[in-house]
Design a protein around this ligand. Structure first.
Ligand code: SF4
Length: 448
């Protein structure tokens, strides 16, 4: 159970010295209970009280690191049940599973496919995060050989070693521990050996229970010795996993139930890849820190990556590109000039369609604080004066020989005023970016 402010207050020196920045020890205790300050800010708390109070100052869900380098994963660390309460912090890791029984050419092809599972979306590169290797062969030497191949050929991906045989895990860890793979699972039968290995090699460990109660009991036992843990409830039925993950998140955040204060892992089971991606999407939405799946083809995996990206954007921050003048393709002084807002979705939709039109063009992304065309127009951030100021500042007049701007069809109403203020001819373009190729062909090809 979480400590109350009064429980914490009893452990403090009660001198009201204000060194923590609070006016009284009681105020500090209340803030600590709410999680809005840190125990370290009181320099006078005794060691024994510190130990006792660690439980109150610890985050409700621990962050666990997998991997090293720029693609390292941080799992867990979440503080809210619903994204709109604040934001989700560490996005669900999407991981493709392979077996150590694959023939060499199948293994090659799998690794190639998985390495290719990434794309650029809204200015960011998004992709799968790790490869999970399962010890289906049950042979330590086979497992080690496959892990070594994957580690050498999938350098940008993290590793998850799914092996319940401590001997097989021990065969692999000396050569791979520096890459900080996630390993497991530790179960009721093998946890002492697995925890000893995880501690010795400083790698995070999956704890696999059998249902919620059993998992909580096992995690409690293990966490007294090692805390770099990821929870697997052992459940595989989609509905049951959904309920279990929801309960784990709720109990961790609302009740500060410590055995559930760790990241979670979920496994897909559906054979059909379409069903599997839907199952994976359910786990991404609620509330897996890692989803392990088999599908490794772009048409299945890329939509899942997009879904994850949408879910994990911060609702407190509009996603915006830098307000600027952009050159799309090999522009010339005759190239068209499109005006849009600096809302990422708008900008990248326009950029993509200008490229599709095969007629190079300029895009002036006006600073609308990352809001879309209609929202910006309605709030006065995309009116004739703002656009005129931005066009003048952008330097476009020195780059083109014409004086024509193309504005989004949704703001046709400002065309007259914009023409008047800017002195540029204004053409009303299509309402949706998808109309740009046909529009560009009609206006900007010589034979049109
Ligand atoms: Fe109390 Fe510690 Fe804050 Fe001083 S620094 S007021 S002792 S909580």
């Amino acid at each position: 159970m979480a400590l109350t402010g009064l429980d914490i207050f009893k452990q403090l020196p009660k001198t009201n010295c204000k060194d923590c920045g609070m006016s009284t020890c009681l105020a500090f205790a209340m803030a600590l209970a709410k999680g809005s300050t840190e125990l370290d800010l009181c320099p006078h708390v005794s060691e024994s009280a510190k130990k006792f109070l660690d439980i109150a100052s610890a985050p409700p869900i621990r962050s666990v690191i997998v991997g090293v380098g720029p693609n390292q994963l941080t799992l867990g660390g979440e503080t809210v049940l619903f994204r709109h309460d604040k934001t989700f912090i560490n996005q669900t890791a999407i991981v493709i599973k392979i077996s150590d029984t694959l023939a060499p050419d199948e293994l090659d092809e799998k690794i190639r496919n998985i390495n290719g599972l990434s794309m650029k979306r809204m200015g960011q590169r998004i992709g799968v995060n790790a490869i999970a290797i399962t010890n289906c062969s049950q042979k330590p030497e086979t497992f080690k050989a496959v892990v070594d191949i994957v580690a050498a050929r999938a350098k940008n991906l993290n590793l998850i070693l799914l092996v319940e045989n401590a001997i097989a895990l021990e065969a692999v860890l000396p050569g791979i521990a520096a890459q900080k793979p996630l390993v497991g699972s530790a179960t009721a039968n093998n946890w002492q050996a697995m925890v000893a290995l995880a501690k010795r090699y400083a790698v995070p460990l999956i704890i696999k229970g059998n249902g919620l109660n059993d998992t909580a009991a096992l995690v409690e036992k293990v966490a007294s010795e090692y805390k770099e843990l990821v929870i697997d409830t052992g459940m595989r039925n989609t509905a049951k996993v959904l309920v279990a993950l929801t309960n784990i998140r709720r109990l961790a955040l609302k009740k500060k139930f410590r055995p559930f204060g760790f990241p979670t892992i979920a496994f897909t089971t559906a054979e059909d890849p379409n069903d599997e991606i839907i199952q994976a999407g359910v786990f991404v939405a609620k509330y897996a820190s890692i989803v392990i799946l088999k599908a490794d083809e772009k048409p299945y995996v890329l939509p899942l990556l997009t879904f994850r990206m949408n879910l994990y954007t911060d609702p407190q921050k509009p996603i915006a590109v830098e307000a600027n003048l952009y050159e799309i393709g090999a522009v010339t002084p005759e190239s068209p000039v499109y005006v849009c807002t600096n809302f990422s979705l708008t900008y990248y939709a326009v950029e993509g369609e200008v490229l599709n039109s095969k007629i190079p063009g300029y895009i002036i992304a006006v600073d609308t604080e990352g809001t879309s065309v209609l929202t910006a127009w309605a709030s006065g951030r995309f009116d004739a004066q703002t656009i005129t100021d931005f066009v003048q500042k952008s330097g476009i007049a020195e780059k083109v020989s014409h004086r024509t701007l193309v504005i989004p069809g949704y703001v046709a109403v400002i065309s007259g005023k914009l023409q008047e203020k800017s002195g540029w001819n204004v053409i009303v373009g299509p309402q949706e970016a998808v109309g740009i190729p046909a529009f560009a062909k009609a206006y900007y090809t010589k034979d049109a």
